[in-house]
Structures are given as structure tokens and as C-alpha cells.
Write a protein that binds this ligand. Structure first.
Ligand SMILES: NC(=O)c1ccc[n+]([C@@H]2O[C@H](COP(=O)([O-])OP(=O)(O)OC[C@H]3O[C@@H](n4cnc5c(N)ncnc54)[C@H](O)[C@@H]3O)[C@@H](O)[C@H]2O)c1
Length: 281
């Protein structure tokens, strides 16, 4: 009797160029969803970072781009913007057929296409809550990327949380300023709330627990509510009460306006990164 069973299709091989924070978040997400470690390649020049990948994920990263990359269907560029061009030039010849996914802030698809000699590029702007599966990523696909390519990228990114496609590449600078850098704004607020709590007589641990749970709870309430933040805020704000005192002070100090200006500075910096590290031939 002949065996008519066929082996299930092998998941695609995904190569990571750079094995730091963002690569680790994605690799952790992929492995957690059952993607086999044998279908992941990593290029990471630092010994200590390679050791960390081996210990954490059982993955043997390569120090240099080499022949094993040829089997990659997707190459994830997870290097700092300033390292991208050199990394691309060292790697391009090994991955002529692959789809490319860049998480580097600011570097435009036009520069990446020039460095790699391929137009099949998706840019992503993730954020660090990806490390705990609670990230959100903005995505932009160049015209040469087909539906199958988008679906592959979605499968990878969805392991780290939510995703949002944008239609215009410039919108990724706004995503960077909002959700890419956003966790840092939240951590700054957490520090300030913890400090205020301590100043008012709580222990550091108590104040931090109260602050973190308040962010978690308020964010969850906003996510589940049909009402917008203005209404949710009013519900907390009794007439003549404590919240009113705090919000009035913040408005008098023009904190919302300053906050918006700070985010515009992040957006400007994303554009500058494109000039500084993406403009070279
Ligand atoms: N950390 C964030 O919050 C965040 C959010 C969104 C996007 N990003 C983007 O993700 C990218 C990576 O950031 P990260 O926080 O993971 O940085 P990271 O420093 O943790 O990781 C980058 C890794 O790239 C390696 N590397 C350097 N040169 C290389 C080369 N030529 N070839 C291969 N690997 C090389 C480094 O050794 C390092 O381990 C950046 O471009 C950043 O803009 C970061």
C-alpha cells in the first residue's frame, strides 16, 4: 500500500539581521506561536548578544551574513538606523529573493531598495511592549509587495500584538512619534507619579504599584469603552474635587500643548534620521 499522506508545509525561514531588543521581541513571539527555531536565522556581530540568543531561544546566531541566509523567505532588518547601510551591503548578495521587513526608525524604503537592490520592502514601527505580546506596530508596504507578502509580515508581527497599516510612508514618522517612542512617555509619567506618591508619604513600591495599575486599568477601560477619553476623564472629575484641582493645574501649565509639541519633536527627529542615515547612495 502506498502512503498518500504528505508532510505539512514547512513554516517559512525568517532571517534577522541584528539580534537585539526588537529582534528578540519578534523571535520570542514567533517561538511562542510554534514557529520552529530551526526556521530562524540570525546575524549578530556581538558575542554577548549571540550568547543571549542561544540561552534564551536556543538559536545559534552567525557573526556574519553567510550562505545559510539564502533559505530565508523573509529578512527582518533589526539594526540601528546608523548600522543599516553597512549591514545591507554585507547581506544583500545572500538574500536576492527574500521579502524585506525593516523595523529601523526613519530609514525610507527608497534607501533600503537602493542598498538591497530589491523593491520588496515593508517598513514596520513596533514598540517595546512587543516583548510581552502587547505591542502595537505601524506597517507600510512598498508597491512591489503583494498580498502574500503582506500576509507573511502580518503573521510575524501579530505574534507581538496589534498592527495598523498606513497608506503613506510619511505616516510612519507619526507612528514613530506616537506609539514607537510612546512607551518612554508612559515610563516618564510613571516615574513622576511614583515620585509624587513618595513625596506624599507612600513607599516607592506602593507608589509604583499604584501608578502602574492605574495606567493598566485606565488603558483597558479606554480600550473597552465606546466613549472617548474626554467623557472618561469627566467621569473621574467631580466638580470642585481633587481631579479638577490636578487637571486645572496641568491646563494652566499648558501640559497638553507641551506634550503635543514633544511628540512633534519626535516626528521631526524621525525625518532627520532619514536625512542623516538614509540619504547616502
Ligand atoms: N527599541 C525600541 O523601542 C524600538 C522601537 C521601534 C523600532 N526600533 C528600531 O529597531 C531597530 C533595532 O533597535 P533595538 O532596540 O533592537 O536595538 P539593539 O541595539 O537592541 O539591537 C540592534 C542589534 O544590531 C546588531 N548589529 C549592529 N550592526 C550589525 C550588523 N552590521 N549586522 C547585524 N547586526 C548588527 C547590534 O549588535 C545589536 O545587537 C532600530 O533601528 C530602532 O530604530 C526600536
Amino acid at each position: 500500500m502506498t502512503d498518500t499522506r504528505t508532510a505539512p508545509p514547512q513554516p517559512p525561514c525568517i532571517a534577522f539581521i541584528g539580534g537585539g531588543n526588537m529582534a528578540s521581541a519578534l523571535i520570542g513571539g514567533l517561538l511562542g506561536r510554534g514557529h520552529p527555531a530551526s526556521q530562524i536565522e540570525v546575524v549578530e556581530p556581538w558575542d554577548s548578544a549571540r550568547d543571549a540568543l542561544r540561552q534564551r531561544f536556543g538559536i545559534d546566531a552567525q557573526a556574519h551574513a553567510g550562505a545559510p541566509l539564502a533559505r530565508a523567505q523573509l529578512v527582518v532588518w533589526a539594526v540601528k538606523p546608523q548600522a543599516f547601510q553597512d549591514a545591507a551591503q554585507a547581506t544583500a548578495a545572500q538574500v536576492p529573493q527574500a521579502l524585506h521587513l525593516s523595523v529601523a526608525a526613519g530609514i525610507p524604503t527608497a534607501s533600503i531598495a537602493r542598498w538591497l537592490g530589491s523593491e520588496r520592502i515593508v517598513r514596520a514601527m513596533p514598540n517595546t511592549p512587543a516583548l510581552v505580546g502587547k505591542g502595537i506596530t505601524g506597517l507600510f508596504a512598498a508597491r512591489a509587495v503583494d498580498a502574500q507578502g503582506r500576509a507573511l509580515v502580518e503573521r510575524v508581527i501579530a505574534t507581538t500584538g496589534q498592527l495598523v497599516w498606513v497608506d503613506a510612508e510619511e505616516q510612519l514618522d507619526a507612528v514613530t512619534a506616537l506609539s514607537g517612542s510612546g512607551p518612554a512617555y508612559v515610563f516618564l509619567f510613571l516615574q513622576a507619579m511614583q515620585q509624587a506618591g513618595q513625596d506624599m508619604g507612600l513607599s516607592a513600591a506602593q507608589a509604583y504599584q499604584l501608578a502602574v495599575a492605574t495606567f493598566q486599568g485606565a488603558a483597558e477601560l479606554a480600550a473597552r469603552s465606546d466613549e472617548g477619553p474626554e467623557v472618561l476623564r469627566q467621569r473621574v472629575t467631580s466638580k470642585g474635587g481633587t481631579t479638577h484641582a490636578a487637571i486645572t493645574h496641568m491646563q494652566q501649565q499648558r501640559i497638553p500643548e507641551h506634550f503635543i509639541a514633544a511628540m512633534r519633536a519626535a516626528e521631526r527627529r524621525a525625518r532627520e534620521l532619514a536625512q542623516e542615515f538614509g540619504a547616502t547612495p
